[in-house]
Design a binder for this molecule. Structure first.
Ligand SMILES: Nc1ncnc2c1ncn2[C@@H]1O[C@H](COP(=O)(O)OP(=O)(O)O)[C@@H](O)[C@H]1O
Ligand SMILES: [Mg+2]
Length: 322
C-alpha cells in the first residue's frame, strides 16, 4: 500500500516518571478502516491516544495524522478529526443542545441538520441539563460532538461506556457507514465483543506493549491454526514440543512458530513463562485467544488495592464472553 496512512504511531514511548505507560508502540491505520485498540484498564490506550492528539508529550517517538506531525500540526489535525475522550468534561448547567451549540461554535463548520439527525439516531435527549444526564446520555453527547462536523477520521476512547445495547448497535452501524464512505475510525475498547463485532483490524495492548495487530478476518479464519511467538531472548524450542495439541514447533532466533489444534491455551501457558513480546495467530475460538492474552489481568483482578472497583469491572469486561 503506497497511500499515506491516516494515523501513524511511530515508536511511541511515554513515561510518567520512571513508569513506562507506553513502550515503543507502532501501528498504522488506513482510510476506510475501523481499527480496534483493545486492552484492559491501565494498558496504555488513553496514553497512546493523548499522545497522538498532542494532549501529552511523548517521551520518544512520533505520531502523525494525514501525514501531518501530531505536535507541529496539531491545530490542523484537530480541525479534521472528531475526538471522544475517555473523560469528557461538560458544563453541568448547559443543556445538551446548548453544549453542542457551544462546542460547535468553537469549532465552526457544523451542520445543525446533521446534529439533529445524530441525536435522533442515538436517541439522545438534548433538552435537559447535562448535570442531570445519565452516563449513557453524556456519552451520546460526546459522540454527537465527535461526529457533528463530518470529520475525516474519528478517535474514540472507549465510546460505548454506558450506552444501552440497542444504541451500541446503532453507533456501530454509524462507524461502519463512516468507514465505508472512506473515513477512518480509531476505536479503543476493553471489551472483546465490541472489537470483534465492529473492527477490521485489532491491536492488542497490554502493559504498554502492543503485543499483536491482527486482521479480524484472519483471526476468524477457522482454517488457520498457526501461531508465531516473538520473545525477548532465545527460548529453547524443546519447551514447545510435546505440549498438548502442538504438532510442530520450530525456533529461529527469538521467533518460535508452531502448528497446533484445539485450544491454544497450553501453548500460551508455556509462552508466558518466558519473555513473550508478541503473539500472532488465528484460531477457531476468538474468545479463547483474547482471554489467554489477558489471563494475567483477569487473575490479577482485586489484587490491586488502589483500584479495586475498576479492576473488578475490568475482570468482568474481559471475561464477559467466557
Ligand atoms: N498522568 C499520569 N501520571 C502517571 N501515570 C499515569 C498518567 N496517566 C496514565 N498513567 C498510568 O499509565 C498507565 C496507562 O494508563 P492509560 O493509558 O490511561 O490506560 P488505559 O486507557 O488503557 O486504561 C496506567 O498504569 C496509568 O495509571
Ligand atoms: Mg483509558
Amino acid at each position: 500500500m503506497t497511500e499515506t496512512p491516516v494515523i501513524e504511531v511511530d515508536h511511541l514511548t511515554k513515561k510518567f516518571g520512571s513508569f513506562t505507560a507506553v513502550d515503543d508502540v507502532s501501528f498504522d491505520i488506513h482510510a476506510g478502516e475501523i481499527f480496534g485498540f483493545l486492552g484492559p484498564n491501565g494498558a496504555g490506550k488513553s496514553t497512546t491516544i493523548r499522545s497522538l492528539l498532542d494532549l501529552i508529550r511523548p517521551t520518544s517517538g512520533a505520531c502523525r495524522m494525514f501525514g501531518l506531525d501530531s505536535r507541529r500540526d496539531a491545530v490542523e489535525i484537530h480541525r479534521r478529526i472528531g475526538f471522544l475522550p475517555s473523560d469528557l468534561a461538560l458544563y453541568p448547567n448547559l443543556t445538551g443542545r446548548q453544549t453542542v451549540q457551544y462546542l460547535g461554535g468553537i469549532r465552526g463548520g457544523v451542520d445543525w441538520g446533521r446534529v439533529d439527525a445524530l441525536a435522533e439516531r442515538l436517541d439522545a435527549d438534548l433538552t435537559r441539563k447535562v448535570g442531570e444526564y445519565s452516563s449513557g446520555n453524556r456519552q451520546k453527547l460526546g459522540i454527537i460532538q465527535a461526529f457533528m462536523h463530518a470529520p475525516e477520521a474519528v478517535v474514540l476512547d472507549e465510546p460505548i461506556t454506558g450506552l444501552d445495547p440497542l444504541v451500541q448497535l446503532e453507533f456501530h452501524t454509524m462507524l461502519r457507514e463512516m468507514a465505508d464512505a472512506g473515513g477512518t475510525v480509531f476505536l479503543s475498547s476493553h471489551t472483546i465483543s465490541e472489537v470483534e463485532r465492529v473492527a477490521d483490524r485489532v491491536g492488542f495492548i497490554r502493559r504498554g506493549h502492543l503485543i499483536a495487530v491482527e486482521r479480524m478476518s484472519e483471526l476468524q479464519d477457522k482454517a488457520l491454526r498457526r501461531i508465531t511467538l516473538e520473545f525477548g531472548a532465545e527460548v529453547p524450542v524443546a519447551a514447545f514440543q510435546g505440549i498438548e495439541g502442538v504438532h510442530e514447533a520450530s525456533a529461529e532466533g527469538t521467533t518460535v512458530t508452531a502448528q497446533y489444534e484445539g485450544s491454544m491455551a497450553p501453548l500460551l501457558t508455556v509462552a508466558t513463562q518466558h519473555d513473550v513480546l508478541s503473539v500472532s495467530s488465528a484460531s477457531v475460538d476468538l474468545d479463547e485467544i483474547f482471554l489467554e492474552f489477558y489471563r494475567d489481568e483477569v487473575v490479577a483482578a482485586g489484587d490491586d488495592p488502589d483500584e479495586p472497583g475498576e479492576r473488578g469491572a475490568e475482570s468482568e469486561a474481559v471475561a464477559e464472553r467466557a
